[in-house]
Each structure stands twice: as C-alpha cells, then as structure tokens.
Design a binder for this molecule. Structure first.
Ligand SMILES: Cc1cc2nc3c(=O)[nH]c(=O)nc-3n(C[C@H](O)[C@H](O)[C@H](O)COP(=O)(O)OP(=O)(O)OC[C@H]3O[C@@H](n4cnc5c(N)ncnc54)[C@H](O)[C@@H]3O)c2cc1C
Length: 466
C-alpha cells in the first residue's frame, strides 16, 4: 500500500528510526532528518548513555516490526541488581521471582543502527543525516533545516511532521516560542547529574565482574551503576549531586580528590578501573531532567513522540522502552483508522490514550531515583523485596511487584502499573512495620493479607479521587 501522504520525521534516534520503520511498513512516504552524522559510518558516540536496559515494552515494539530475532543477539540478560556494599561484599537481588523475567543490556548505537538499516531497506523511507531542524512552521508543516554537509539552510513541507528529536526538541521549542496555542510545558531538573565511566575487559577480553547483572553501589546521596557490553566491558555511570555533599561534581576537580572519593566509597570498583582518571576528566557531566508538555499535537499537522514529548530520568530504565511503546500505541490507533488519514482525530486519540501512561512512568522514574539511592540497602525495603520475590516464585500467576508490573507486564499501561504497584508497596510496608506479616510467615496467608490491604488502599484512593 502506498499512500499519498508525505511524512517528515525529525530525529533519527531510537524513537524516530522505529517510527520510520513502522510507518514505512504501512506504506507512507517517509523522510527522516537527523542532525548527527550516520552513526553506522562515523565513529561517533551514539549520544548519551552507551548502553541501556531494554525490557518487555521495548521487546513488544520489536515484535511489531518483526525484528526481534535481530535484536536479541545484541542483548545481555541482566537477572537482577548486584548490590555492592562499602566493604565490597555483593548480593544479587533478582528483578523478579519468575525466572523468565529479566531485563537486557543493549548498545544504544547497535540498536539504533539496526533500526536505521531496517527502515532504509524500505524504498519509501529515506534518511538524511547532518540535517538539523532549526524550527517548524507547524501551521503549514514546513520545517526549517541547516545542512551541515554543504552549510546551507532550506525549508521543506510535508503533510505531517513528527518530532522525535529528543529532550531538546526543535518542534517542541517552536510550539513554545510561537505562542499560537495554549501549550503547557514543564522541565524539572534533578540536583544530581551523571557521568559515564568504564570498566574495560581483561586482557583476554573477559568480563571483570559477573556479567548477567546490573551492578549498583548505592551510597545514600549518590550511586554508581554499571551495565555490561558485548565486548566484555561495563559502562559505569556515576550519579552525583552537582553541588551538595562532601563530594560533588563541582568539587571533584583534581585527580587526587577523585581517587580519594572512589577509594572511600567504591573501593572494589576502583580496583577494576585503572582508566578512571582519564574517563572522569574526558567524559562530560550531564544533567537529568523530566519534561512534560501538552498538547503534543497541532491540528493534525505535527506530533511530538518519545523524549521530545516526555523525557524522563533514567532510574526505571524505561525512557527508551516508553518511546518504543509510543510507536506501538500510535500504530494501534492507526490500525483503528485504517484507510482514513484523519490525522487530527488520530493525534487526539493517541494523546488521550497515551499521556496518562507517560506521566506515570515519569513519576515512577523519580520514585526509583530515591529507592535505588536510599532504600536498596534499608532493612525494611530488603524485607519487602524478599517477601515479594517469594510471592512471585510461589504464585507466579497471582502476584507481581510494582517493578514487575512496570517492567514485565507490557499488556497493562504504566498508569495502571503505578496505581496498583504503589498500593501494594504501601500495603506491604505498613504490614511489615505493624508486624502483621513477616518473611517467616505462611505465604498463602501473606498473599491474602497483601491483596486485602492493597484493595482497601485502592478503594480509599478511588473514593479520594487519587
Ligand atoms: C544516562 C541515561 C541512561 C538511560 N538509560 C535508559 C535505560 O536503561 N533504558 C531505557 O529504556 N531508557 C534509558 N534512557 C532513556 C533513553 O535514552 C531515551 O528515552 C531514548 O533515547 C529516547 O529516544 P528518542 O528517540 O525519543 O530520543 P533520542 O534518543 O534523544 O533521539 C533523538 C534524535 O534526534 C536527533 N535530533 C535532536 N535534535 C535534532 C534536530 N534539531 N534536528 C534533527 N535531529 C535532531 C538526535 O541527534 C537524536 O538522534 C537513559 C537516558 C539517559 C540520559
């Protein structure tokens, strides 16, 4: 099926390349404009975060476009969080009591390259690299570009323009600056930023730590995490305040101070990082923020998707998964309108269905920042986690923790996962504190109590309209 509509997609990152592939498969004529060079031909870092946690919502999207078999070889399964304490002792905290539920580490560049390859195989999809969108005349679907190849500026018109140009979206900026409609926009930064470091493989090319885990050194006000790469290395990310606390990004300015910090707090990791100082001073320090906005669309002419519509902090490992799920949700709505390209109605329905879920994952990601930083080492949270693992193991079809609902239950939306998951958390924590349940108790009775208490909380929330 070829349709008459011409579609422009601004941004050929993870969301834009998947969207191009899917709309291309549906027969639309697609042009993608990406500001960076072609990452398959140039040795550039694919952007922030070298690897990412890829899970069931992302997998659902790969199934939709029929490339899951090509994606899975790029993945390293991570079965749980490997917690490193100050003395260097490690404990594996599984992500789920069900063995088939795990997340994957995947290379951003590898996955983006595959999506671009697959999209480009379609003769109705073309991709222009080194083309930066500077603004969009969204009334008329005219995008303004700067071509880095020949240093020229030009404009191009399409029936529909999608902005998948990430957290700093040019389309979103145009909505905001033009002031032609009531556009709401919020951007909230965390006081913490991040810096990427690395643990290189051994001389034999082997992993220096257990590979099938997401390693975490949680230290209260700051933390280090690491995810494995296929070449035997780990990408390590330090999350730290810019200017609070004894050690912060602003005062880690000398080699001696960085070594002192790592020696005090991440001794076992430091032993594996002879390259720490080079990484620390060569790699940028970046900010972390949440972007929410609405409406995402304008009169059936333009639509924001992925981080451009809803950038979130990375602590649930869901930003990319959510952006991929955007494309799945959008595709479901297109399916309902098959044959009719009433873009205005399609965009309205898409935002109506999707926004509550992307707002929910944004809030959950902030919650998890505090949970990973402060709670993974706390006794009561560990007790809760251990009880939940036992419940998932013993009643695989009857119980799912909040983490499982968000990460492994792609058939329900983030909002539903958040509502139920938060009520369960509250129920379990209250009952542990009040000695109504304990890890030694009979699990059948624990499950019954957790369910009853959760339902009560959900009903109270309903009555209070929360
Ligand atoms: C430190 C960190 C760790 C993360 N970890 C995870 C994780 O483990 N799991 C997970 O699911 N998510 C994770 N994320 C989130 C994930 O990176 C994003 O949600 C995802 O990249 C969003 O995809 P996108 O295509 O919408 O945006 P992007 O990936 O940002 O892609 C936008 C594309 O648009 C291009 N572009 C930008 N401006 C223009 C312009 N003006 N004109 C033309 N092109 C333009 C960019 O070059 C880029 O290619 C993490 C994020 C960070 C910062």
């Amino acid at each position: 099926m070829k349709t008459k509509n011409t579609i422009h997609i601004i941004g050929g990152g993870l969301c834009g390349s998947l969207l191009a592939l899917r709309l291309g498969q549906r027969g639309y004529t697609i042009e993608v404009f990406e500001k960076r060079p072609d990452l398959r031909k140039t040795d550039i870092s694919a952007g922030r975060s070298i690897n990412l946690a890829f899970s069931d919502r992302g997998i659902k999207a790969m199934k939709m476009v029929g490339i899951l078999d090509k994606v899975m070889p790029l993945c390293i399964p991570m079965n749980g969080r490997m917690l490193h304490d100050l003395e260097g002792n490690t404990t594996l905290a599984p992500y789920s009591g069900r063995e088939h539920e795990f997340i994957n580490s995947i290379s951003r560049g590898g996955l983006n390259a595959l999506l671009l390859d697959e999209a480009e195989k379609l003769d109705n999809v073309s991709i222009h690299f080194n083309h930066k969108c500077t603004k969009v005349d969204f009334e008329n679907g005219i995008s303004h570009f700067y071509n880095y190849n020949d240093k020229t500026e030009f404009t191009k018109q399409a029936d529909v323009v999608f902005g998948t140009d990430g957290a700093g979206s040019a389309l979103r900026k145009s909505y905001y600056l033009e002031k032609k409609f009531l556009f709401s926009f919020s951007q909230n930064y965390l006081t913490h930023g991040y810096k990427e470091l690395s643990i290189l493989p051994t001389e034999k090319g082997e992993f220096k730590m257990i590979k099938n885990a997401l390693h975490i050194w949680a230290r209260g006000d700051f933390m280090l995490i690491s995810l494995p790469n296929l070449d035997g290395s780990f990408t390590v990310t330090l999350f730290l305040s810019f200017d609070h606390g004894e050690y912060n990004f602003n005062n880690l300015t000398t080699k001696e101070r960085v070594l002192e910090f790592f020696n005090n707090y991440f001794k076992d990791a430091l032993k594996l990082m002879p390259n720490l100082i080079d990484d620390f001073f060569e790699n940028p320090t970046s900010a972390l923020g949440t972007v929410k906005c609405s409406p995402w669309h304008y009169k059936g002419k333009t639509l924001l998707m992925g981080d451009a519509a809803h950038a979130i902090v990375p602590f649930y490992g869901q930003g990319m998964n959510a952006s991929f799920e955007d494309v799945v949700e959008f595709d479901n709505i297109l399916e309902q309108y098959k044959g009719k390209t009433d873009w205005k109605a399609i965009f309205e329905q898409y935002e109506k269905t999707r926004k509550k879920d992307t707002d929910a994952i944004a809030d959950l990601a902030i919650d998890n920042f505090f949970e990973m930083r402060d709670h993974v080492n706390s006794t009561i949270f560990r007790k809760k986690r251990s009880l939940e693992m036992d419940l998932e193991k013993s009643f695989p079809k009857k119980y799912s923790s909040k983490y499982s609902l968000v990460t492994f239950n792609e058939h329900i939306g983030y909002h539903e996962a958040m509502t139920k998951g938060r009520a369960q958390d509250k129920a379990i924590l209250n009952m542990i504190t009040d000695h109504e349940i304990d890890i030694e108790d009979d699990l059948v009775s624990v499950l019954a109590k957790v369910r009853a208490e959760t339902n009560e909380i959900l009903n109270e929330d309903k009555v209070a309209n929360l």
